[in-house]
Design a binder for this molecule. Sequence first.
Ligand SMILES: Nc1ncnc2c1ncn2[C@@H]1O[C@H](COP(=O)(O)OP(=O)(O)O)[C@@H](O)[C@H]1O
Ligand SMILES: [Mg+2]
Length: 302
Amino acid sequence: MQNVPQIWAVGGGKGGVGKSTVSTLLAFWLARMGRKTILMDADFGGANLHTLLGIKSPPRTLNDYVSKRYDSLEDLCIDTEVEKLRLICGAGDVLSMANPHVSQKNKIIQNISKLNADYVVVDLGAGTSFNVLDFFLVAHRQIVVLVPQPISIQNAYAFVRNAVYRRLSRLASQQPYLQALIKASMDTENELRLKTICDFLRTVEEFKGQDVATELSNEIQMIKPEVVTNMVNGPKDRNAGKVIQQVAEKYLMIHPVDLGGIVYDKQLNSIISEMMPLTKLLQSSDAYANVYDIAMKLVAES
Ligand SMILES: Nc1ncnc2c1ncn2[C@@H]1O[C@H](COP(=O)(O)OP(=O)(O)O)[C@@H](O)[C@H]1O
Ligand SMILES: [Mg+2]
C-alpha cells in the first residue's frame, strides 16, 4: 500500500520574506536525500514557484484541477530537472483562483494526502485568509518564515494567532456561544477584556464547564509552528524566532519551535532577480547549507 505523504506547509503572513525560496530549497534537499517529493504552489494570488524551477509557462496548473480538466492532483504533477522532485503549479495566471471557493479548496486539501510522495511541501500565499490558514492547519509540519525585522515578527505572530483562532472557530462551528466568544477575543479591544487564549479558556470554563475548556486547550496544543528566520545578517538577527516563541507561549498557550536561521545570500538573491532557476545555486551557498540543517531537523522528527 502507498504511504500517506508528510505535508509540510510554509507560510508566515506577508509576501517577500522568502516563503517560496525556503519551500523550494527544502524540497531540493528532501529530493537529494532520496525522498519522493512534491512541491505544491498554493499561492493562489501570485503563483511563481515554477519560475524558481526554471519553468516559464506551466503546462498545467491547479486551475486545471478545479475546473475538472484533470481528475487527480497526481496528473497535475510536472517533472523537474531535480531527480525525485515534482511540481504542482499554482494558478497565478487565472484570477478566478485568487480566491478559490471553499469546496475547491477543500477538494485540494483532501486530495494532497493521496499523492504518491514521501513529502509534499506546500508554499502558501501571503496573508491570513482562511484559504491560507486551512492549508497551514492540516499540515504535519507548520513552518513559519519571517525576516528579522519588527514588522515581520509582528506579522508572523499575527499569522500564528489567526491560525489558533481559525482552529478554534472550526471546532466551535456548531456552537453559537463559543463562536461569539471567539469573535470577541479576536478583537484586541474587546469589552470582555479577553486578551489572551488563557483569558478566553477561563471564560469558556466559567460558562461551559471544564471539559469543554480542556478539550479546546488540547486542540490548540496540536498547533506547533516551526519558525525559520530568513535573511539573517548577524548573530542578533537569529533571536527573531525566540521572540515568537516567547510571545506565543505567553498569549496563545502554544509552543512554537525555533528551527534556526538562513543567512542573507547575495548569490541567491541575484539568481532570483535574474529569473534563473534556483538549481543554479552553488552547493557552497551558505543559505543552502542553512536549509540543509533545517531539513535535517525536520526529517529527523518525521
Ligand atoms: N536567504 C535569502 N538571501 C537573499 N535573498 C533572499 C533570501 N530569501 C529570499 N530572498 C529574496 O527575497 C525575495 C522574496 O522571496 P520569495 O521567496 O519570493 O518570498 P515570498 O514567497 O515570501 O513572497 C526574492 O527576490 C529572493 O531573492
Ligand atoms: Mg511566494
